[in-house]
Design a protein around this ligand. Structure first.
Ligand code: AMP
Length: 210
């Protein structure tokens, strides 16, 4: 099954994608994680993306489309994959179609802007494996430490309040139109993103199995 998670930054796409990945035994492909990894490793692509990611803007389509094309060609994606954070613009969605990739389900996690702003201030991420936690709603077993790999959790630079407002604007202007794109293709399911991680996961499963 090839799945896309849509939703504002901080809506819970990454958290739900990880749960679906475990349940269906397919990989999560997160362009945000791949770009942050490239940035950390100082690759050419990372350097190109730095100013965009830090200001909350989108990295240019051609750069992200290149990354995703390479990633989806790997063997582990052959049985299906979950896209978290891609596509984020209509040209990116068109590029996926042009690659001949058939998307089965698009799950849109809906969370109002006010709740997003509140959530982002508490989000903590693992700089090594990309896992995401929250200081109130998704606490790691040991405070400040990643459950998956034991690294020390950090706050993303672009989760600071001043950048979150810009990212929400980018979402509404450039990414939200994808809902119409996938609705027209008969693939969109909307899921209420307010509730516990487990409650939302039940809704996501129901959407995927519908
Ligand atoms: P995320 O972790 O998905 O919130 O992504 C963090 C940042 O990475 C975004 O604010 C963008 O700067 C960049 N990014 C991630 N995915 C994309 C994409 N599909 N298109 C453009 N920029 C992206």
């Amino acid at each position: 099954m090839n799945i896309i998670f849509l939703g504002a930054p901080g809506a819970g796409k990454g958290t739900q994608a990880e749960k679906v990945a475990d349940a269906y035994a397919i990989p999560t492909v997160s362009t945000g994680n791949m770009i942050r990894e490239a940035l950390k490793n100082g690759t050419e692509m990372g350097l190109k993306a730095k100013a965009f990611i830090e200001s909350g803007a989108l990295v240019p389509d051609d750069v992200v489309i290149g990354i995703i094309k390479e990633r989806l060609a790997k063997d582990d994606c052959a049985k299906g994959f979950i896209l978290d954070g891609f596509p984020r613009t209509i040209p990116q969605a068109e590029a996926l179609d042009a690659m001949g990739i058939v998307i089965d389900k698009v799950v849109d996690i809906e969370v109002p802007d006010e709740a997003i702003t509140e959530r982002m201030s508490g989000r903590r991420v693992c700089p090594d494996c990309g896992s995401s936690f929250h200081i109130v709603t998704k606490q790691p077993k040991v405070e400040g430490i990643c459950d998956r790999c034991g690294a020390e959790l950090v706050q993303r630079k672009d989760d600071k309040p001043e950048t979150v407002a810009d990212r929400l604007k980018v979402y509404h202007d450039q990414t939200e139109p994808l809902k119409g794109y996938y609705e027209a293709a008969g693939k969109l399911s909307e899921v209420d993103g307010i509730g516990t991680v487990e409650e939302i996961f039940d809704r996501v499963k129901a959407a995927l199995e519908a």
